[in-house]
Design a protein around this ligand. Structure first.
Ligand code: GLN
Length: 199
């Protein structure tokens, strides 16, 4: 079977790291920033960065509505950190007027772990994927999931706070941390499996 084609939304953020992780996980991976490029994808990754900037750039590049519609119509998508915020149906602590693509029935709080711990690493116990070893996760001004709806499966929580930091709803996947920055490829492998199943 031909490798699925996964785009990484290349408006801002850690695009190159996601491209590498997706290729390691068996996908063909390309940066995308135009509507025409979006239409041919089997899946889309929304990288970390800054959700307010991602939102403004998506509007400026005329891809906000196209991405929102593709995600709503079932295109598999994976968002890390700011990307998780972009896949949330509700944002807590957004800037006035801030919009997300939505898709996952959850409320995500921006910068939730607080200023004093801007960045940290923690072991996350994962469920719903290959083997049970904890995943070493990098959090950078990270959000957490404050509310998740009935169709949302919790894949991981941060142990110190007990907060939800990895979720799946159907073909949508989101993590508050950055799996693209560490060598463990389980999250990207799970996403590539989801994409193959959808195709
Ligand atoms: N705090 C950022 C935001 O609100 C997310 C940080 C990140 O993606 N590393 O978008």
């Amino acid at each position: 079977m031909k490798a699925p084609l996964v785009g990484v939304l290349a408006l801002q953020g850690d695009v190159a790291e996601h491209l590498r992780a997706l290729r390691d996980a068996g996908a063909e991976a390309v940066p995308v920033r135009r509507t025409e490029e979006l239409q041919v994808l089997d899946g889309l990754v929304i990288p970390g960065g800054e959700s307010t900037t991602l939102w403004r750039l998506a509007v400026a590049f005329d891809v906000f509505e196209p991405v929102r519609k593709l995600v709503a119509s079932g295109l598999p998508a994976f968002g890390s950190c700011a990307g998780m915020i972009m896949l949330a149906d509700q944002i807590a602590d957004g800037v006035p007027g801030q919009q997300a693509f939505g898709g996952i029935d959850m409320t995500v709080r921006r910068n939730a772990f607080g200023r004093q711990v801007d960045s940290f690493e923690a072991d996350i116990s994962l469920s719903g994927m290959r083997d049970g070893e904890p995943l070493r996760a990098v959090f950078i001004r990270a959000p957490w999931v404050e509310r998740s709806g009935g169709d949302v499966t919790v894949l991981g929580t941060e142990q110190r706070t007990g907060r939800i930091v990895a979720v799946r709803q159907g073909s949508l996947l989101a993590t508050a941390f950055h799996p693209e920055l560490t060598p463990d490829r389980r999250i990207h492998e799970l996403f590539v499996e989801i994409v193959k199943g959808y195709r």
